[in-house]
Write a new protein. Sequence first.
Length: 309
Amino acid sequence: MNPPAPSPEGDIWFSFLSIVLEGAPYLFLGTLISGFIDAFLPRQAMERLLPRRILPGIMAAGLLGMVFPVCECAVVPVIRRLLQKGLPLSYALTYMLAAPVLNPITALSTLAAFKGQDPVLMTVSRLFIAWLVTVVVGLLVSRVSARSILLERVLSANHAGHPHAQGDLRARCGRALGTAMHDFLDTGKYFVFGVFLTALFNTQVVVRPGLHDGIAALAGNDAFAVPAMMALAFVLSLCSTTDAFIAANMQGFSQASKLAFLVFGPMVDLKLLFMYASVFRRRFIVWLVCGLFVAVGLCALVWKIFFMA
C-alpha cells in the first residue's frame, strides 16, 4: 500500500507538534520552580535583599528574576502582595516587568530555540534590553506618587498580606506541585494557541504566492517588522519561558524584530492588561503600554545598527 500524499493539513500538525514538543519541557520547568517559590520562599526575603537607595535598589530589583524566577502569568499577584507588605512601588514595578524575561528558564529556552541563529547573542541581548528598559521605567515611576498609579483599593489594603504556607515538608511540597499544575494548565493554553497560529503562519500564509511578497516586504523592512512583531506578541500572549520557540520559527523576519517580540511580549500582552487593571489605574496602563512599545522598538532598531550591520 502506498503512503498517503502529503497534505497542507498534515504540514500544519507536523509543525505544531514539533514546536510543542520542543518548548513544553521549559514551560513545565518554569511552572514547577514557581510552585516551589510560592510554597517555600518567605515574602520578606526579597525586601531584605534590595538596597534602600533608589538607583541601586531599582537596578537590583530588575535582576531579581534571576534569583526568584516567575513568568508573567504569576508575577502580578506576587507584586500585589509585596506592595501590601510595603515594598516601594518603583521596585515592585521594575521586578514585575523584568522577572518574566530575566530568569534562568527563559534564558535556557532562548538559547535552545535560537540554536543556529546566534543563540548567545540573542539571549544576552534579550536579557540586557529587558533589564535596561525596566530600570528606566522604575526610575521614572519613582518620581511619581503611588496614588496616581495604584487603584484606591490597592492603596487602602491592609498590610497583613496572604499567610505563608504552613505545615510539614510533605504539605508544602503538595502545595508546590498543586500550584505548578495549575500554572502549567493555565499558561499552557496560551502556549498551545500561539504555537498553532505560528504553525498556521509558517505552513499556510508564508507559502501563498499572493501573500508571500507582502509578508517578505514587511519582514524585510524593520521599520514595519519591529512594531508588527511587538503587536503579534501582544496578541499571542505567550509565556516567557516558551515564546522564544515561537519567535525563532517566524520565517523571514529579522533578528531585530524577533528580539523586539521577545522583550515586549512578556511585559505587555492581552492577558496582562486584565491583570494590570486589578492593580493600576487605567491612565497609567495606557502610558505604560505606549512607553514600553516605543522604548523596546527603539532599542531593537539601535541593536540592529550595532550588531547586525
